[in-house]
Structure formats: structure tokens, C-alpha cells
Write a protein of this length. Structure first.
Lengths: 540, 78
């Protein structure tokens, strides 16, 4: 196997280096490359992006992982995004990128294979996110759609720590504040382009695996048609949709369910590079297209008591313009609404609060720039706003342990569904969650989409695809690499000061019914203890 | 009769680019999104619509390129 090549950008002195890492070969790819590089450059506050060996050359292997220290939690965050970044990183000749240092001026970096240009980003500052994309696209050379563009929004510039990084207009690196991490480096954005191709080591085998993957991905037609918002229907059936800052449950207006939402507002679907599923759904408000997903709709809809698709659409659009994270914002708005005894379910209230929060002129708003406090009604888990649905122990535990800040990454979400109606002891839940995490990590080496887990968590698929590319990893080596990567993730979490037993779990999680009944505080604490003792503390 | 690839339903295109990947593999024996007779481009910034730019100076009528499209955007016609 060829050593992966990374582009290293040093913003402090506007220099770059291209470096191949032989020592990363056993890590397979993706997270298995990004974590060791993050650790290697830790003292330089790195942001590491990585693709995997299958990225952009096999259907569905479309994601890029970003590993960084969160401005919000100050701990390790892994965030996954699709768009066209994986494809153009590879076409530029890189398996990833390491960004270190802090620029002296607002900076935009253009990468076209070996041609790297650091330029003044001042003209792009202060613009709404969609406008920033338009301005950047009109200022760079090349035709639209033949490059990938990363941009932080205006909220990141203003200092809101939970601001995500957007890419290719309709995609994002969600949760943990990668947009803010860019802004802290005075980095407004990056464009990536290239035209490189690669020879196929085993063309016959490649064709077989390619065809098998296309066939397998045709099984995701529901995801394609409804997008990730299809999850809301499942959650509604289970009475797991919570509202009004987790004070009530079983609230979902019919028009927020995926088929009706899409019929009412849905206008178009787009796909990540190389993915035939195309699960990114866009809504159209006046002249602008805005993307939506399950996490965003549930946070800005049911959790705030909003039941109109049009109202949720308006809020989503404004959030995207301001460059905010919809999941984080939904939980924050719910907290303010309860604290200030405002009325849940009022769009005008939420739009006003969002503008005031963004402006940061008043003390309460400025305080929230750094995220929610430890107030009993501030629903955070592991330093981040919780995913606003309530399936049971495993989905909460996964967030407490910082193993899944999006539904795509939160394996507890699915595990809880498997556990419904079963009496499972604490130790078993922890074991099942770790087992699911190891399988997830295998897919994150490759890097397959988390929503296509059934395909990419299968070692046989991984083995066959890697073999076609001339990379002979045995099943055992693949599984070993996944375990080692998870171990390294935990080790870095630990070195950055994260301690599961210290995570505050708001009392409200034990007062609102879940599909598994009322969660017991002691049982959840026992799970955290078991994880700490068996997994976390032995990791050095 | 010469067959050609015609992008007849591009309003459906999601921009996945699998057609480019397959076209490169068939014609150049390479894994590439750029090195073939076919390129998918955005119609304009801010719009989720795409167009296919096809070099009809080369042979284009490959059924595999048309059939890989998950949205059935292409026809291969004589």
C-alpha cells in the first residue's frame, strides 16, 4: 500500500508542505489516519481532514472526516461531511490536509493540486453564508462544481463556539464548532480542486465490487426519497419525540413527517460525490435553497413546539444564513424559552431570539456565545447540546461518552430501538454500545457514510474493495485497525481532559418518559462507571 | 449507426458524478472524474442544478455510462 500523502498548511507563515506518512499505512484510512496526525501535531492546535482508500472511487464512500479540538467542549471532536471534498482532495493528489497555526490576516486558501495560494479573505467577511459561497465562487478560477469549497459563516466570525463549517453550499461538518475553529485561526475558507486520476490495480475485481456496491445501495431507496427525516416517523411511532425543552413528549405535527415535509417544501435532492443515494434534501424558500436533515428539523421543529413545515423552513433558512448549527441552536432556544417563561411554538419569538443571540449585544446573548451553562434546564451532555430526541439509555449514554453528537454517528440511537421491550442490564448495554462503536469505526476508516452503515460496516465489503485497489488487508487486520483507532480516540479524549464520570446529566433526563420508560439515574451512572473502568481508564 | 450519450433529463441530476467515474474507467482505464468525454458542472452558484458537458468529438454512446445514473438522466440514442 502507498503511504498516504497529506497537504500541511501553516497559516502563521503562509507556507505549505506535502508529506507522505509511511507510519500511517496500518491505520487503513480516514479516522485511522486523522487521529494519529492530530496527536502528532497536537501542540500546534491542528485541524485534520482525511479521506479513506475507498473515498470517491467506490459508490457511497463519500465522506471526509475532520478531527479537531472543539472551541465549545475543548475536547476532541470528530465530524463527518459529504459534499465533494473527498473527491477533490483525491483529485488534488492528497489523502487529507493538516491545518496548523493562525493567520495574521483573514485568509482564504486555494488549493489546485500543487498550487497553493493564501489570499486576503476580507471581501468574504460578514456575509450571509450563501452569499459568502456565491462571492467565493465568483472570485476563484474554474467552473462551478469542479471544486470543493469550505466556508465558515458569520456566526463563527462573531465568536459563537457551536458554529459549524459549511461546504459546497448544501453540506456541513456539524457539531463541535469547526466553523469557529476556522475563525479562531483567521481562516475563512479553503477551496480544493484537481484533475488527477489513478490507475486501477485490479480492474476486473474493481468492476465486480463496484457493481455489487451499486446494487447494495439501491436498497436505500427510502433514504433517497425521504432523506434522513424519515427517522421522525420511526420516533413518532415510539413516542420518542420530545418537545418544549424535554418537558413533554409525543409531539409531532403530521406535516413535519418526511413525506409531507418534502411535498410541502422539498424542492430538490443533491448527492455527495460518488454516492448514488442522494439523501440531501433541499427546501426552497423564495429564491434560495436550504438543506435540511432529521437532526435540524427535530431540533428546530418539535423540540421548540413548532408544528408548521413552513415555519420550520423559515427558521432553517435563517440559521443557514447566519451560519449556526441547527441542532445546537434548537436546544439553546428551548432553554431560553423556558428560562424566560416565553411561549413555546412561536416562530416570531424564535426568529427574534436568534437575531438577538447572533447580535450578542445583550449580556445573556454574549454569555451564550460560549454555549449553554450548567443550569438544570440547559440540556447538554458531554459539553454539547443533546440530540433532541429521547429513545432510551444507549442514545443518551453515547452522548455522555462523547461517541456520537449526530444521529449519523450516534449508534445508541439504533441500539435503543433494538432494546425496546427488553430488560437488559447495564453491563450488556455498555458492551453492545462498544461493539457497535467498533463496527462504526471500521466504516470510518474507509470512510463510508454513517447512514449506509449496513454496507460499510461489513468487513467482507471492506476487504473486497481494498483488494480491488491492491491493498491486502485481511479481515483480522481491518478489525484490529478499527479497535486500535477507537482506542486512540479514547486515549486522546483522555489526554485532553475528558472524564466520563464528570459529565453532568441534567435531572430532566430522569423525569421525562422514554420508550424504555423513565430512565433511572443510578442505572445510567452505573453504565458510565462500567465504561470508565473497562474501557476508558485502562486506555493509555 | 453511431450511438451517442444524450443528457435528456438533467433536471433530475443530483451531482453524484458516478457517470464521470464510469466514463473514465471505460475509456481511459483510470479512476478519475475529469479524464473522459463527460463532465458534470453546476449550472450556477447557489443553484442545485447540473449540466453535462459532453465532448461529441469522441465516442460517447456507452450504455454503462447511461445506466449507472441513479436518476436516469441519460439516453443512448442513434
Amino acid at each position: 500500500m502507498t503511504a498516504p500523502t497529506f497537504l500541511q498548511l501553516n497559516l502563521s507563515d503562509e507556507t505549505f508542505e506535502v508529506k507522505s506518512y509511511e507510519e500511517l499505512v496500518p491505520g487503513v484510512g480516514g479516522l485511522g489516519w486523522a487521529l494519529p496526525l492530530f496527536e502528532k501535531f497536537l501542540s500546534e492546535d491542528p485541524i485534520v481532514f482525511a479521506v479513506g482508500p475507498l473515498s470517491a472511487v467506490f459508490p457511497g464512500a463519500s465522506k471526509t472526516v475532520a478531527v479537531f479540538r472543539s472551541p465549545q467542549t475543548h475536547g476532541l471532536v470528530t465530524s463527518f461531511a459529504g459534499g465533494q471534498l473527498a473527491r477533490f482532495l483525491r483529485a488534488a493528489g492528497y489523502q487529507g490536509m493538516v491545518v496548523v497555526g493562525r493567520a495574521a490576516r483573514p485568509t482564504f486558501v486555494s488549493v489546485d493540486e500543487g498550487r497553493i495560494n493564501f489570499s486576503d479573505a476580507s471581501p468574504f467577511l460578514g456575509l450571509d453564508t450563501p452569499k459568502a459561497f456565491e462571492r467565493i465562487l465568483s472570485s476563484i478560477t474554474g467552473v462551478p462544481g469542479r471544486q470543493s469549497i469550505l466556508v465558515s459563516g458569520p456566526a463563527a466570525e462573531r465568536g459563537l463556539v457551536f458554529s459549524p463549517l459549511y461546504l459546497d453550499e448544501f453540506f456541513s461538518f456539524p457539531r463541535g464548532g469547526l466553523g469557529r475553529a476556522f475563525a479562531q485561526k483567521n481562516l475563512k475558507g479553503i477551496s480544493m480542486s484537481g484533475k488527477k486520476g489513478e490507475q486501477i490495480p485490479n480492474a476486473r475485481r474493481y468492476g465486480e465490487v463496484f457493481t455489487a456496491l451499486v446494487k447494495s445501495l439501491k436498497g436505500y431507496s427510502e433514504l433517497s426519497e425521504l432523506g434522513t427525516l424519515r427517522n421522525l416517523t420511526t420516533e413518532k411511532k415510539l413516542s420518542a419525540v420530545v418537545t418544549n425543552n424535554l418537558t413533554e413528549f409525543n409531539f409531532v405535527a403530521e406535516e413535519l413527517l418526511a413525506p409531507k415535509f418534502a411535498r410541502g417544501l422539498g424542492a430538490k435532492r443533491v448527492a455527495c460525490g460518488g454516492c448514488p443515494v442522494g439523501c440531501i434534501h433541499l427546501l426552497r424558500q423564495e429564491k434560495r435553497f436550504t438543506f435540511y436533515d432529521y437532526d435540524g428539523v427535530v431540533a428546530l421543529g418539535p423540540f421548540l413546539g413548532l408544528s408548521s413545515a413552513g415555519e420550520v423552513g423559515r427558521l432553517l433558512e435563517r440559521v443557514w444564513e447566519l451560519g449556526l448549527d441547527p441542532t445546537s441552536l434548537g436546544v439553546i432556544l428551548a432553554y431560553i424559552t423556558e428560562k424566560e417563561k416565553l411561549e413555546f411554538g412561536s416562530l416570531e419569538t424564535y426568529l427574534t431570539l436568534t437575531e438577538a443571540l447572533f447580535a450578542g449585544k445583550e449580556g445573556w446573548a454574549k454569555d451564550l456565545y460560549s454555549g449553554l451553562s450548567s443550569s438544570p434546564t440547559a440540556l447538554t451532555l458531554g459539553g454539547m447540546e443533546f440530540l433532541p430526541y429521547f429513545n432510551g439509555y444507549a442514545s443518551v449514554l453515547s452522548q455522555v461518552l462523547q461517541l456520537g453528537a449526530t444521529t449519523e454517528e450516534n449508534r445508541g440511537f439504533w441500539l435503543d430501538l433494538d432494546l425496546l421491550g427488553k430488560e437488559i442490564d447495564s453491563s450488556d448495554i455498555v458492551s453492545r454500545l462498544i461493539n457497535a462503536e467498533e463496527k462504526k469505526t471500521l466504516a470510518q476508516l474507509l470512510i463510508g457514510c454513517g447512514y449506509l452503515a449496513d454496507t460499510f460496516e461489513d468487513p467482507a465489503t471492506a476487504f473486497a474493495a481494498l483488494e480491488a485497489l491492491g491493498q491486502g488487508f485481511s479481515h483480522e487486520r481491518l478489525l484490529g485497525a478499527a479497535k486500535e483507532t477507537l482506542r486512540l480516540k479514547v486515549k486522546i479524549q483522555r489526554s485532553l481532559g475528558f472524564r466520563p464520570k464528570n459529565v453532568r446529566i441534567p435531572e430532566r433526563f430522569f423525569q421525562t418518559p422514554s420508550p424504555q420508560g423513565l430512565l433511572k439515574k443510578e442505572k445510567l451512572a452505573e453504565m458510565v462507571r462500567i465504561y470508565s473502568k473497562k474501557i476508558y481508564e485502562p486506555t493509555n | 449507426m453511431l450511438k451517442i450519450l444524450k443528457p435528456t433529463r438533467m433536471e433530475r441530476c443530483t451531482g453524484c458524478g458516478l457517470c464521470e467515474l464510469v466514463a473514465s474507467r471505460i475509456t481511459k482505464k483510470k479512476l478519475s472524474y475529469s479524464d473522459s468525454f463527460l463532465q458534470i458542472r453546476k449550472t450556477s452558484a447557489g443553484q442545485p442544478f447540473f449540466k453535462a458537458v459532453i465532448d461529441y468529438g469522441q465516442k460517447t454512446g456507452y450504455s454503462e455510462v447511461g445506466s449507472i445514473c441513479p436518476e436516469d438522466c441519460y439516453d443512448v440514442e442513434e
